[in-house]
Design a protein around this ligand. Structure first.
Ligand SMILES: [Zn+2]
Length: 337
């Protein structure tokens, strides 16, 4: 393998933290706006990219939700998801656990079935066309009420078999994990796996991560970088073998830098830290670019990069047989040098 960048690009990878709505590139936004007879407040995709201006979570979220207005039909959701799969197929991403935000659409009058059917159809085609295996995670918006989350869980019942887990995202300030204790407990009873965002450098980040462990009983944590600040918390996360889905380029937009050194520190601690893209159309960079960025900034070696990639399969919600198969693929890839 010529360079470490080539190695990163070619190694079979998993992505565990990507929001399908966050993969909406400006070019597709224009195409969908045209098909749906909608006006966008920009004349070109480039102008739209330049206008993206966020330096924290709330300022990002306002543009993220505005962008979704072009998503109306099942076909729109299908094309959105397919565009992401075709892109990461070129980066040798072989397994994805993908988030979607039903309430961001049902609150605009779009049926839940329209959203789920479109993404599900894309997932089936991605497996056939690119050999990418995909599982779906339904996220509740934490700045909406717990009742709304419970209604969404109820509405999703007919699609239960298509969903592997539930998550929690959007604006964390004033919306702690415990607000959703009951709905997550109901989801657990229905057999869903559980994860929650603990965004980086939020007010009460460490308290929120403890809540995820002790009050919710999550199977994984999205972001969770601030766990490093509390030794007991670090130990507990290690003890429970909880995966952390960190998103370096995303971090560089909404907080102070990529947190690459924190990722390295977590690796050295033996924590199951993974690297992901989050919302790659808004925080430019898919899986390969995120891994390269961390490798450069934290000066990681091939073994560290391999461990990050391996961790993603370890932290995934694959069954043990399938997980072992993917881990074998990585070992063969590394052995082939
Ligand atoms: Zn996220």
């Amino acid at each position: 393998m010529a360079t470490i960048e080539d190695f990163i690009s070619a190694i079979p990878k998993a992505e565990l933290h990507v929001h399908v709505e966050g993969t909406l590139e400006p070019e597709l936004k224009f195409a969908l706006a045209e098909r749906n007879n909608l006006e966008l407040p920009y004349t070109t995709a480039e102008e739209m990219r330049t206008a993206y201006d966020f330096d924290d979570l709330p300022s990002f979220l306002s543009q993220y939700y505005e962008g979704m207005s072009v998503l109306l039909s099942e076909e729109d959701f299908y094309e959105l998801a397919m565009a992401y799969f075709s892109r990461v197929a070129g980066q040798n991403v072989v397994y994805v656990e993908m988030f979607f935000d039903p309430q961001a659409h049902t609150s605009r009058g779009i049926e839940l079935g329209t959203v789920i059917n479109g993404i599900h159809r894309a997932r089936v085609d991605a497996q056939e066309r690119y050999g990418i295996r995909v599982q779906l995670i339904m996220c509740f918006l934490r700045d909406m009420s717990a009742e709304s989350a419970a209604e969404t869980l109820e509405q999703a019942k007919p699609y239960r078999d298509w969903l592997i887990g539930v998550g929690l995202d959007s604006d964390e300030k004033g919306n702690p994990p415990v607000k959703f204790r009951e709905v997550f407990s109901d989801a657990r009873a229905q057999g869903y796996r559980l994860t929650m965002h603990c965004d980086v450098d939020q007010e009460d980040s460490v308290t929120h991560i403890w809540q995820c462990l002790n009050e919710i009983g999550v199977d994984r944590i999205d972001h969770g970088v601030n766990a490093l600040e509390d030794e007991k918390l670090r130990e507990e996360i290690k003890q429970r073998d909880l995966g952390l889905t960190v998103c370096p380029i995303s971090n560089s937009y909404v907080t102070d830098g990529t947190k690459s050194e924190a990722i390295k520190a977590m690796l050295k601690e033996g924590m199951c830290v993974t690297v992901n893209s989050d919302d790659p159309a808004y925080f430019p960079g898919y899986m390969t670019e995120n891994l390269i960025r961390v490798q450069h900034e934290a000066e990681l070696g091939v073994d560290d990069v391999t461990q990050l990639v391996r961790n993603a399969f370890e932290a995934s919600w694959l069954n043990d047989t399938d997980r072992a198969e993917y881990l074998d693929q990585i070992e063969s890839f590394v052995a082939a040098g």
